[in-house]
Design a protein around this ligand. Structure first.
Ligand code: AHR
Length: 495
């Protein structure tokens, strides 16, 4: 049987894990907000209508940062609709998803929820149907203490202390023709630079994310980033990338190797950012915000034009399999591998919409398969990322040709060493780990996710069907086909 060999050394350092890598995303879409995080009539709801059963799972998931309120939704959103007395809030037609938006949940409710979840907010402004003034005014509402109309309005709404939101997205997927108010790269770049300039005049301490491409497959990928950054380089701190992997788009092996594509897209965006840096003769380096990523059975999406207008429709509530969970674990490995420049990650989305957490209205909440690799990576990946020297048997894919069937990365935090690995092939592969550079090691837990049926899912009726196996880590382990692993070790103190 062909084996994989992995060698690690403390000096194989890539960078430091930014906790913001383990972010997520709450959009006013389908049942993410309504009957997802917010359901006043639910038996578990608190006095603010927040589902505490969902909050518990969100905390267990270890989500650090949550992007809000969209997504496509933000591009026609008026943030003023979602603040102030709930009885006075308008009911609107949301143009992105052609749904009815009651506005019962808005900015201040989200901030209360984020506080309960222990997550940092990442707020998006509407640069689709709105512009510079509304974006700057939103920062004023959120971040100024008092003494201006917008700050005093927040106080009137019962929020005395500023929300102090650090992280802001300048619109969403503005390169996409589906986006309400989509723009050319020049148009968007100029608008984003102006909005960012005004927003930083309100609060110079905020950090800004410019929209990169909606996908590495967009026809403007690369050129879009270059043009947008030429306009915005001095204002922004991050360029975004969105990427979703559809299990049904290519051959199955290509889907299992999706992280190969993510590696390439991340490196292409960073190279483009550095090209602009050189062209503009700047010293600052732009970092990457992968602020939407996940597995998504996108070919099953019914486009908004093809649906009627509905109130809280069940949209893209994909059931994730064991294979999907392995791919999510591998995408997290790819993200860690780029930890020197990839600073923010938001898995899209958090609840019900292609999410690790699912709910039934009035009923239970449960963990999807993809919950497990995310939660464990968020818990264990701390400190310094180490890039292993790895040799592995090859697997063939329609899209990428031959690729290694095993992928891995490691983190080192004091004496805690964790190796994250996947077998994305269909044969079992023994993994031999050479960890001699660390001296004597005490084996810890070996967490593994796999199943003889990789199509298995968790459902409301079978919420624990796919869960983690726990054994003792070692320096030789067998990686079953289509499996995800976290292997922990403690470095013994030298006497
Ligand atoms: O996450 C679902 C949708 O995917 C988001 O609204 C949009 O930004 C992306 O295209």
């Amino acid at each position: 049987m062909a084996v994989a060999r992995l060698t690690l050394d403390p000096s194989f350092s890539v960078g430091t894990v930014d906790p913001r890598l383990f972010g997520s995303f709450v959009e006013h879409m389908g049942r993410c907000v309504y009957t997802g995080v917010f359901e006043p009539d639910h038996p578990s709801a608190d006095a603010d209508g927040l589902r505490t059963d969902v909050l518990e799972l969100v905390r267990e998931l270890g989500v650090t940062t949550v992007r809000y309120p969209g997504g496509n939704f933000v591009s026609a959103y008026r943030w003023e609709d979602g603040v102030g007395p709930v009885g006075d809030r308008p009911r609107r037609l949301d143009l992105a998803w052609r749904s009815l938006e009651s506005n019962a949940f808005g900015l201040n409710e989200f901030m209360r929820w984020a506080g309960q979840a222990g997550a940092e907010p990442m707020m998006a402004v509407n640069l689709g149907t709105r512009g510079v003034a509304e974006a700057a005014e939103l920062v004023e509402y959120c971040n100024l203490a008092d003494g201006t109309a917008a700050a005093d309005l927040r106080r009137k709404h019962g929020v005395a202390r500023p929300h102090d939101i650090r992280l802001w997205c300048l619109g969403n997927e503005m390169d996409g023709p589906w986006q309400i108010g989509s723009r050319t790269a020049h148009e968007y770049g100029r608008l984003a630079a102006q909005a960012g300039h005004a927003m930083k005049r309100v609060d110079p301490t905020i950090e800004l994310v410019a929209c990169g491409s909606s996908d590495g497959d967009m026809p403007t990928f690369g050129a879009w980033e270059a043009t947008v950054l030429e306009h915005t380089y001095d204002q922004v701190d991050y360029i975004s990338l969105h990427t979703y992997y559809d299990p049904e788009r290519y051959d199955e092996a290509s889907f299992r190797a999706s992280a190969v594509d993510l590696d390439g897209s991340v490196e292409a965006v960073l190279a483009t950012a550095d090209h602009v840096r050189a062209k503009l003769r700047r010293t600052k380096r732009i970092r990457l915000a992968l602020d939407e990523w996940n597995v998504w059975y996108k070919s099953r999406l019914v486009e908004p034009e093809d649906r009627g207008i509905e109130d809280t429709p069940a949209l893209i509530e994909d059931d994730f399999t064991v294979t999907d969970a392995m791919v999510v674990g591998n995408l997290l490995i790819s993200m860690l591998r780029h930890a020197d420049r990839l600073a923010i990650g938001c898995q899209a989305q958090l609840v019900n919409i292609i999410a690790p957490i699912r709910t039934l209205a009035g009923g239970p909440a449960w963990r999807q398969t993809i919950f497990h690799p995310f939660a464990q990576t968020a818990r264990l990946a701390r400190g310094t990322v180490l890039r292993p020297a790895l040799t592995a048997p090859a697997m063939s894919t329609g899209r990428f040709g031959e690729v290694p069937a095993v992928d891995a990365v490691a983190t080192l935090d004091g004496s805690a060493l964790t190796v994250f690995a996947v077998n994305r092939g269909t044969e079992p592969i023994p993994l031999q780990l050479d960890l001699r550079a660390f001296g004597p090691l005490r084996p810890g837990e070996h967490l593994a996710l796999h199943n003889s049926d990789p199509r298995l899912t968790n459902t409301a009726a079978h919420p624990e069907r796919v869960t983690l196996g726990v054994s003792r880590s070692a320096t030789e382990v067998l990686l079953p086909p289509v499996s995800w692993h976290a292997l922990s070790y403690t470095i013994e103190e030298k006497s």
